[in-house]
Design a protein around this ligand. Structure first.
Ligand SMILES: Cc1ncc(COP(=O)(O)O)c(C=O)c1O
Length: 391
């Protein structure tokens, strides 16, 4: 009788069909693709789709300038360039962040200054930003990660008082709101991504937002070389507006699923969700993140746990590597202890968003898989874990 046995031990997976695919089928996108094929716009430099996307993003974000880019990574680079970051400068960012944010700063000849994270929310600790500021600080880069959010009102107050510009990375939190204001529009410059796993996808792509004319001007000077050096194509731009339309409904569904999972988890030992203690927010979930405690699973490592969950068809994976642990010490300055960032490197687990579109079904499956893995943790420890997945 295989029922109830983990899939890694030969049982039937909780989700035999595997994790949900992304993007989900969207008839409005199919229609756009048909129109692109018929009109030939798919193969043109200019066909009005980029202009229309810019207008839609300007309206949705209530922001003066939108500059489209070839990826979120390129958008972060352009944001840094827009703020004149260069050799000799320092840029403050969280020690737990997307690797390319660090690399972008370093490639411009500036020094990444790594700051500790908040041990509940997993986000840049605003309390510790001030101590990291020096005469050389040119910008602060703040990313909303894994379904929680940086306290932007506090960060903007702190940075504003010192005249330091903020880049708000909303690649994982597009068109959510903090205190009624869209994510990506709190900072002097904001960035989003249209990468293939993102909540709005064109396979690749990104955008920069700013109210500042000088920032836009610098970005244009850098990218416009008789041709756009970091372009989003007309075909990519065309598939995004229909997804902007479905985003609010999808966000509501993801939020309901997260509530159902968190409620059922209760204080389920061993999995503690990232907390978002901000008030008056409507957040979104590119990932739902947890702090994983192996002791609650008889010493089953995080990698073994996520391999066992994935075998059940639940898209769970380790979080980012913390930046101070994957770069040589001469390439950054760390501001104070990075204990919580060490903990994040060891213990963050993420659940990928396509799974969050199935509310009760998803919550039941998540808890069922979790229960199986916990009951069989002792024997699962002996199984060779398959390599990490890339969602
Ligand atoms: C926080 C954050 N910033 C930036 C990026 C870069 O986006 P892209 O993949 O479009 O380059 C990502 C991508 O996952 C991200 O998670």
């Amino acid at each position: 009788m295989k029922d109830g046995l983990p899939a890694l031990l030969g049982g039937d997976p909780v989700r035999p069909q595997g994790p949900p695919l992304w993007p989900v089928a969207n008839p409005a996108v199919v229609e756009v693709l048909q129109q692109l094929a018929m009109s030939g716009d798919w193969g043109r430099y200019h066909a009005g789709h980029c202009e229309r996307l810019i207008e839609s993003l300007q309206r949705a974000h209530r922001v003066a300038h939108v500059h489209l880019a070839s990826s979120g990574t390129a958008a972060v680079e352009l944001a840094l360039r827009g703020l004149k970051v260069g050799p000799g400068d320092e840029v403050i960012l969280s020690a737990y962040d997307f690797k390319a944010n660090f690399t972008n700063i370093a490639h411009l000849g500036a020094m990444p200054v790594l700051v500790e994270i908040d041990s509940r929310s997993g986000q840049l600790s605003i309390d510790l930003v001030e101590a990291a500021i020096t005469q050389k600080t040119k910008a602060i880069l703040a990313s909303h990660l894994h379904g929680a959010a940086v306290d932007m009102p506090r960060l903007m107050e702190l940075a504003g008082a010192r005249g330091i510009p903020v880049i708000e990375d909303a690649c994982q939190m597009t068109l959510a709101t903090i205190a009624g204001r869209p994510t990506g529009t709190w900072g002097d410059v904001g960035v989003i991504s249209f990468g293939g796993s993102k909540l709005l996808t064109a396979g690749r792509g990104g955008a920069v937002f700013t109210q500042r004319d000088d920032v836009l001007q610098r970005i244009r000077l850098f990218t416009q070389r008789g041709n756009d050096a970091y372009p989003l194509s007309e075909m990519q731009a065309a598939v995004l507006p229909p997804q902007l339309d479905s985003l609010p409904q999808q966000r509501a569904t993801r939020t309901a699923t997260v509530s159902a999972i968190v409620a059922r988890l209760g204080n389920h030992q061993g999995l503690r969700p990232f907390e978002a203690p901000l008030r008056d927010c409507e957040l979104d979930y590119y990932k739902l993140a947890f702090w994983y405690d192996p002791q609650a699973f008889d010493g089953l490592t995080r990698e073994q746990f996520s391999a066992a969950m994935r075998a059940e068809g639940i898209p769970v994976d380790s979080g980012f590597r913390s930046l101070h642990r994957i770069h040589a010490q001469r390439r950054f300055r760390s501001s104070g202890e990075l204990t919580a960032a060490d903990e994040a490197d060891d213990a963050v687990l993420t659940l990928h968003h396509p799974f969050l579109l199935e509310v009760e079904v998803a919550a039941n499956q998540f808890l069922q898989a979790l229960d199986r893995v916990r009951r069989h943790a002792t024997i699962l420890k002996t199984v060779q874990a398959p390599a990490m997945m890339q969602f």
